[in-house]
Write a protein that binds this ligand. Structure first.
Ligand code: PLP
Length: 384
């Protein structure tokens, strides 16, 4: 019997090694990994530049605590600040912890408590971020939620207008709702959120935990639009697999996170920070990001052509290399069939197949993935 809490319905694949876009399991079966550890290993498994940076830091020091100034944290913070157009960074260990920090900062800086989030959103599993999440299934059995949050339908400007007032501390959203089903925010909606936040003195928080670090072909997904958020939260891809999260905020918020106001023993751990610097140095490069855009279009086109005669496919959408294929059946069985054929992929919501390939996956690997999806769908999901 397992000694672990059964919080995860684990797959039948037990990994023993992973390199680049591939993973090898205990039975020596090789899989093409289009999960990237759920949007974390954006440079594939064990990227050389990140490995070298981590190895170098391992030889210097592993952990000293945030009692000490650490130049390596300053370096990582500067890259995040410069890239987002913001000014201040707090390092945490995960996405939920980054969002938790953003929620605290917004409440403290505005002196208000109401925060608007969206239906089908996902912001984490801590008490505040679970409450922020617009999905009932995440909250089942945990009793009363934090009353700070109000949920509005995504992309619905009139519904948002109704809830906006000078009582609102912040509006928090994902530019593409990842866990909720790859729902892309409309440009006019995003611009209206920004306008309404300005009008009411509310902060605009963008959760870039799944969409950030190059996933959509820009360093951060909000940069596809003319947006200037007050707070951006980052995690997942930031450390290429080493745990790290960050709250990135504007200068005007700086004084609200003064000494003793917030903290984390492991936040800004130098090993994770070294991974983050190497990751960002590799991804935040125009040529690299342009390839993500091109390959994202290539992948979507392959899917559109390959699956056009599959009746269960309702829609193919996404940005860059964050792609969803909406089905009219639950996706669980398909994911298992794809694994049997050697492709690892993810669900998003109940009926969406989510593909998050490494950002440096080759066109051949995308051909391979779509070939498997097409083969499996045609074999099992088209009734003659
Ligand atoms: N926010 C978004 C948009 C996410 O996709 C996730 C994780 O899937 C989180 C927050 C929570 O991140 P973590 O699991 O690192 O706490």
């Amino acid at each position: 019997m397992s000694s672990l809490f059964p919080t995860y319905a684990r797959w039948e694949v037990e990994p023993v090694k992973a390199e680049g876009s591939y993973l090898i399991d205990k039975k020596d079966k090789k899989y093409l990994d289009f999960t990237s550890g759920i949007g974390v290993c954006n440079l594939g498994h064990q990227p050389e530049t990140v490995k070298e940076a981590v190895q170098q830091q391992l030889e210097l020091y592993w952990h000293v605590s945030n009692l000490f100034p650490q130049i390596i944290q300053e370096e990582a913070a500067k890259i995040l600040a410069d890239t987002t157009g913001l000014d201040r960074v707090f390092f945490a260990n995960s996405g939920a912890e980054a969002n938790e920090g953003a929620i605290k900062l917004a409440r403290k800086a505005t002196g208000r408590t109401k925060i608007i989030t969206f239906e089908k959103s996902f912001h984490g599993r801590t008490f505040a971020t679970m409450a922020a999440t617009g999905q009932d299934k995440i909250k089942e059995g945990y009793g009363n939620m934090l009353e700070t949050f109000v949920y509005v339908p995504f992309n619905d400007i009139p519904a948002l207008e109704k809830e906006m007032s000078t009582d609102v501390a912040a509006v928090m959203l994902e530019v593409i709702q990842g866990e909720g089903g790859i729902h892309v925010a409309a440009e006019d909606f995003l611009l209206e959120v920004q306008k309404l936040c300005k009008k009411h003195g509310s902060l605009f928080i963008i959760d870039e935990i799944q969409t950030g670090i190059g996933r959509t072909g820009k360093p951060f997904a909000f940069q596809h639009f003319n947006l200037h958020p007050d707070i951006v939260t980052v995690a997942k891809g930031l450390g290429s697999g080493l745990p790290i999260g960050a709250v990135v905020g504007s200068e005007k918020l700086g004084s609200y996170f003064g000494p003793g106001s917030h903290g984390s023993t492991f936040g800004g751990n130098p090993i994770s920070i070294s991974a983050a610097i190497a990751t960002m140095d590799t991804i935040f490069v125009d040529e690299f990001l342009q390839t993500v855009v091109k390959n994202g279009e290539y992948l979507k086109e392959l899917l559109q052509n390959g699956l056009k005669n599959v009746p269960i496919v309702k829609d193919i959408r996404g940005l860059g290399l964050m792609v969803g294929v909406e089905l009219d059946i639950p996706v669980g069985g398909l994911l298992k069939d794809l694994r049997e054929e050697g492709l690892l992929s993810l669900p998003a919501g109940e009926k969406v197949l989510r593909l998050l390939p490494p950002l440096n996956a080759t066109k051949e690997q995308m051909n391979e993935a779509v070939h498997i999806i097409q083969k499996v769908m045609e074999k099992s999901y088209i009734t003659a």
